[in-house]
Ligand binder design. Structure first.
Ligand code: NAP
Length: 498
């Protein structure tokens, strides 16, 4: 992929990372309240770009203005959410155990909180040019944590990324933040990503994108002399379990709901329902008929870029060419140029189990229905897929009562378990988990969405017998910000009495 921005050279990357490290040291001295003002200012400056940003992003990604406007709103909401988190302050997880000098041996005074890791390198995905890109969740959470950030601009929306970068530069100037607290590197060679990940100054990496990209960067980090954490959020096929009583009672509405989710945004979501699992049942034929009819009606539309379209077309046709995979329906409208052809297919459980290619993400408006003989076979298929961002259970009360074992299986597979709804649509809130067992992400203990995303960029440090005047604000006896602290094993907002 080419763009009008120069490929960063090795010398430039070195300079960028050195400056990022220096900026990180300066940023550490800045108060949480000032960092909150900075994050809010970034949101305001992005909004100030107005329609020009939406027009540019739409030209680069083929995404419609309405979708991009919503995504911009989500991006600025996230920035303000982290600003609020900083002002409130409890996110540092302050924990205090006061000394017991007459214990034998004497117990020292020990106090712990989370501190920032250092410069973070962020790689965004092509399908979210705002929310998982330049000023997206990784950048917002890393800046909130106290890290400096270097973004590798996605070549598929490099000019959009540049506009957002400039908005952040304005916010840096207006709020007197260190000049290089946020930097931007252009380029489409994988060497640039590798160099950024392996630079000595880099302390952690955030990635959103394909399995191939996320795993490659993870491996580069692991090969360093001093390995660093890489939080790769990667593709997923998001299995949807269609239980028999629900299929018998709601075949048509389920099929319509799923067809809409499969083709939402031309299927270009990491939460796209790429795998549907069900058992033979009376309602199955009606479900398949309606699903096919609904897919036939969807008009093909342009995908994000030619590379994504070629990958979709190849993978979709490869899947259809596999032994015993039966096409249910394509869209009835022939696709042109880089338009995606919405498609659903079906296969039986034994064929699916024997063919790993069918387990792979086909990024686009495609889904595979696996029909199983009974619930035990369905469970075997479900367990055979690897870690997922989500899994959904479509079932009546009767279905869920009949199969209480399903919840435990869902927990072992996915980060988010959805009941009677489709997986597309990720709410930004504190309880959201956007992540999952490998290969959905490289570290299933964390989420990329919601305030807890900040935990990826910090580590705990404890201070033993540290004089009051040297302690970080959150750990002093006086609780000036009235944050929640665990003091001698009790949660409190009170000062420590000594
Ligand atoms: P991508 O091709 O992996 O690109 C993401 C970024 O990683 C780009 O900047 C890309 O740079 C870089 N990159 C990719 N491979 C690399 C390598 N081997 N070495 C160094 N850098 C590398 O992903 P995409 O096509 O933009 O996005 C679509 C994929 O993202 C889908 O699989 C989708 O499911 C996934 N996704 C996941 C989430 C999630 O939260 N889990 C969210 C959105 C999308 P170049 O372009 O220069 O190659």
């Amino acid at each position: 992929m080419t763009n009008r921005f120069n490929e960063a050279s090795l010398a430039e990357i070195n300079a960028v990372m050195e400056r990022s490290l220096t900026a990180f040291q300066e940023y550490r001295q800045i108060s949480s309240d000032d960092k909150a003002v900075f994050l809010e200012c970034i949101a305001t400056e992005i909004e100030a770009l107005g329609d020009a940003l939406i027009v540019q992003a739409s030209a680069e990604t083929n995404l419609p203005a309405a979708r991009l406007t919503g995504e911009r709103g989500r991006t600025t909401f996230q920035l303000r959410m982290f600003a609020n988190m900083l002002r409130e302050g409890s996110w540092v997880e302050a924990s205090i155990d006061t000394a017991i000098p007459d214990k034998n041996p004497p117990k020292p005074d020990i106090r712990k909180q989370l501190i920032a890791l250092g410069p973070v390198v962020v790689f965004g995905a092509s399908n979210f040019p705002f929310a998982y890109s330049t000023a997206g969740g990784d950048t917002a959470s890393a800046l909130a944590a106290g890290c400096s950030v270097v973004v590798k601009a996605h070549p598929a929306h490099a000019a959009t990324s540049q506009m957002v970068y400039e908005a952040i530069q304005t916010a840096i100037a207006k709020t007197n933040m260190p000049k290089y607290i946020f930097q931007h590197v252009h380029g489409s060679s994988f060497e640039i990503g590798k160099t950024l990940v392996q630079h000595d100054a880099t302390a952690a990496v955030g990635f959103t994108g394909s399995f191939a990209g996320g795993k490659a960067l993870y491996d580069h980090a692991a090969a360093r002399k001093n390995p660093i954490p890489v939080f790769s959020e990667m593709g997923s096929i998001n299995p949807v379990i269609l239980l028999p009583d629900s299929v018998n009672k709601n075949a048509a509405s389920l099929a319509k709901q799923l067809a809409a989710s499969i083709t939402l945004g031309m299927g270009q979501f990491c939460t796209n329902p790429g795998l549907l699992l069900t058992v033979e049942s009376e309602g199955l034929h009606s479900f398949i008929d309606t699903l096919g009819n609904e897919i036939e009606k969807v008009i093909p539309a342009n995908m994000l870029h030619a590379g994504i379209h070629t990958a979709y077309d190849n993978k979709m046709h490869d899947a259809l060419a596999q032994k015993a995979v039966v096409l249910i329906k394509h869209s009835s409208v022939v696709s042109k140029n880089i338009e995606a052809l919405p498609t659903v297919a079906t296969v039986n459980a034994q064929i699916f189990l024997a063919n790993p290619l069918l387990h792979e993400e086909v990024f686009g408006p495609y889904s595979l229905l696996v029909v199983c003989k009974n619930i035990n076979e369905l469970i075997a298929v479900w367990k055979s897929v690897r870690g997922q961002l989500t899994t959904s259970l479509m079932g009546t009360d009767q279905d869920l009562a009949d199969h209480p074992e399903l919840l435990q299986i869902a927990e072992s597979i996915a980060g988010r378990i959805v009941f009677n709804n489709v997986p597309t649509g990720v709410e930004v809130c504190a309880s959201m988990v956007h992540g999952g067992p490998f290969p959905a992400s490289t570290d299933s203990r964390f989420t990329a969405v919601g305030i807890h995303a900040v935990k990826r960029w910090v580590r705990p440090v404890c201070y033993q017998n540290c004089p009051q005047q040297l302690l970080p604000e959150a750990l002093k006896n006086e609780n000036t910000k009235r944050i929640w602290r665990l003091v001698n094993n009790e949660w409190t907002k009170n000062d420590v009495e000594c």
